[in-house]
Design a protein around this ligand. Structure first.
Ligand code: GRF
Length: 199
C-alpha cells in the first residue's frame, strides 16, 4: 500500500509511521511526505529518513482553489493508495478527496464528533470532560468529519494543561495510527480495502 503523508508541524505521528516501517512492523511504502508551508520539522524528519518530500505552500497561491489544485496534482503524481493527514492543518476540497477515491485518512486528538477543529485538546479541557482521546477516520471535506475507523480514550487529569494532555493523547494517537494503517495495508493486500460509508 503506497501512502503519501501530509504534515503541517512537528510530525511526531509521521515519525511513528516511519519507525514502524523501518522496523518492519508496518508494511506500507511511504511514497512521499508533503507540507503546506516551508520549514516544518515533519519535512526535516522525512529528509533525514531519506524520503521524498515536497511543499505546496498555501501562502504562495492567490486562491485556496489554486492551492488545492496544485496539492491534488502533486499528491496524485505519487499514485498513493491512501493519503494520510498527519497533523495537516488545512481543509481540502471534495475534488482532492475524490481524486483519491475517498481514501484520505485523518487523525484527531479528541473523541469525534466531540471537539473537532484546530483546538480539540484545549476545547475538551475547557468543557471539563473527564475522558477524551483520539480518533482515526476517513476524512471528508468538512472539519474533522467522516466515517470513524478507530478511537481510543485518554483520561483527563485534574492538573492537566493543554500540553500535558496533548502529549498523553499523542502517545496513544501514534500507536492507533500505526495499527490502523497496518490493518488497512492488510485489506489492501487482500484486495478488500474499502472506504466505509458514514452513518
Ligand atoms: C496531532 O495530535 C494531530 O492529531 C493534531 O496535531 C497533532 C500533530 O502532531 N491535528 P505531530 O505533528 O504529528 O507531532
Amino acid at each position: 500500500m503506497r501512502i503519501v503523508v501530509l504534515v503541517s508541524g512537528t510530525g511526531s505521528n509521521l515519525q511513528a509511521v516511519i519507525d514502524a516501517v523501518k522496523s518492519g512492523e508496518l508494511d506500507v511504502e511511504i511514497a512521499a511526505v508533503g507540507a503546506d508551508r516551508e520549514g516544518t520539522y515533519g519535512i526535516e524528519r522525512s529528509d533525514e529518513a531519506g524520503l521524498e518530500t515536497f511543499v505546496v505552500n498555501f501562502n504562495s497561491f492567490p486562491t485556496r482553489a489554486e492551492w488545492d489544485a496544485a496539492l491534488t496534482a502533486k499528491v496524485a503524481a505519487y499514485a498513493p493508495d491512501v493519503v494520510v493527514s498527519s497533523g495537516f492543518m488545512r481543509i481540502v476540497s471534495p475534488q482532492f478527496i475524490d481524486t483519491f477515491g475517498g481514501r484520505y485518512l485523518n487523525t484527531h486528538p479528541a473523541l469525534l464528533p466531540s471537539f473537532p477543529g484546530a483546538h480539540g485538546v484545549r476545547d475538551a479541557i475547557a468543557y471539563g470532560v473527564k475522558v477524551t482521546g483520539c480518533t482515526v477516520h476517513w476524512a471528508d471535506a468538512g472539519v474533522d468529519t467522516g466515517p470513524i475507523i478507530a478511537q481510543e480514550a485518554v483520561t483527563v487529569e485534574d492538573n492537566d494543561s493543554e500540553e500535558t494532555l496533548h502529549e498523553r493523547i499523542k502517545v496513544v494517537e501514534r500507536r492507533l495510527l500505526v495499527k490502523t494503517l497496518s490493518e488497512l495495508a492488510a485489506s489492501h493486500e487482500a484486495g478488500t480495502l474499502r472506504v466505509p460509508q458514514a452513518g
